[in-house]
Design a protein around this ligand. Sequence first.
Ligand SMILES: [Zn+2]
Length: 173
Amino acid sequence: MQTLIRYIGDDPEREGLLETPERVLKAYGDLYGGYGVEPANVLKTFSAEGYDDMILVKDIEYYSACEHHMALFYGRAHVAYIPGEKITGLSKLPRIVETYARRLQNQERITTQIADAIAENLSPKGVAVMLTGVHTCMCARGVKSRAETVTFAYRGEFRGDDDLVERFEGLVG
Ligand SMILES: [Zn+2]
């Protein structure tokens, strides 16, 4: 971190920066805390007890870092599934988003990984994941744009069922 501070033209020995490297490393512990977390340990399952309609947790805030610039990107994740025999705790869906977001990433991969983790661990009838993202590497550097990127992953019954997809997209706005 001291090398980087020197590289951008500042002095790591000046008062305001003395403890910055340590603080940044501590912040990295949170920002990159998704490594080594096993999705199967997050997505504990129990019986659906006959519940067979869509389960949707929307507006899950996430923060991630793009693997090309280590610049923050952030937005909202909307995660839905139609259970088979098993469901998971509602709080586990934000946790699985966090597990994949807190790594060096791209938005497309987080979207895919969330959908696949739910498909693999819950054996649901269908999964739908939508992420919106504002990428600071895009807006704070050359391209001065607050453009939002939207990514989708559909598995199982959501694939090819326009009515179901329309219902999901209507619910998440
Ligand atoms: Zn980037």
